[in-house]
Design a binder for this molecule. Structure first.
Ligand code: Z5A
Length: 208
């Protein structure tokens, strides 16, 4: 099988942590090389950028700086890890990718989508082959996420910010239905994982 990039996206409290572990186990069980990464982060440089981005003490970051730091982390990850792994035939599973910039910085912060698309072409150069969107009402997701402990800098945003993030994610999924699988993340965990299995099996079945 050819190497590929699979991304997992969703708003706050969507259940990405559980879904990531499950997807990783299912992919590895197919006997392929699995490379698991996260954004922002995933490299030494990227993890340093992540700390800066998520630290609630980073109060003065303007939207442009936030966007460029997301792409700085991504540039490093793509060159250091993602491209080499795909080239040797691995499946790369990432916890968020460029769609998160369209959703959070584009939808949430109101930054121009055309500018983000330019960065995507220039800095990144690749798109996921398959993207999962764990979708659920913002209120339900925030109730789950806020039960987890102190918020990071972005989690501390207002509910209206996360409504815009959700709208942007859903719009992207509707615009590219061949790439996206939208999963109803308001369901019990078992039902979410079963829906992921069906979509993943169908993808690998078709790619074989
Ligand atoms: N960001 C950005 O702005 N721009 C970008 O380009 C990129 C990222 C790449 C990264 O934070 C932040 O960076 C993120 C977007 C922004 N901002 N925020 N806010 P992160 O990676 O540390 O965190 P996260 O991505 O927001 O979420 P997470 O912690 O990895 O996962 P989650 O989906 O929010 O939730 P969870 O921890 O998996 O689950 C939350 C709780 O719900 C937990 O107690 C679970 O047990 C429970 N849960 C999970 N599933 C269920 C179901 N089905 N039913 C009931 N309860 C459940």
């Amino acid at each position: 099988m050819k190497g590929c990039l699979i991304s997992l996206e969703g708003g706050e409290g969507a259940g990405k942590s559980t879904a990531m572990s499950h997807l990783a186990a299912r992919i590895a069980a197919r006997g392929v090389e699995l490379v698991q990464v996260r954004e922002p982060g995933g490299t030494e440089t990227g993890e340093a950028i992540r700390r800066l981005l998520l630290d609630p003490a980073s109060t003065g970051l303007c939207a442009e700086t936030e966007l460029l730091l997301m792409f700085a982390s991504r540039a490093q990850l793509v060159r250091e890890t993602v491209m080499p792994a795909i080239a040797r035939g691995a499946v790369v599973l990432t916890d968020r990718f460029t769609d998160a910039s369209f959703a959070y910085q584009g939808g949430g912060r109101g930054m121009d989508a055309g500018r983000i698309a330019e960065l995507e072409r220039w800095v990144c150069g690749i798109k996921p082959d398959l993207s999962f969107l764990l979708d659920l009402p913002v209120e339900q997701g925030l109730a789950r996420a806020r039960g987890r402990g102190p918020s990071d800098r972005i989690e501390g945003e207002a509910d209206t910010f996360f409504e815009r993030v959700r709208t942007a994610y859903r719009r992207r999924a509707a615009e590219e239905p061949a790439r996206w699988r939208v999963i109803d993340a308001s369901q019990p965990v078992d039902a979410v994982l079963a829906a992921l299995d069906i979509a993943l099996d169908a993808y690998f079945g078709a790619a074989r």
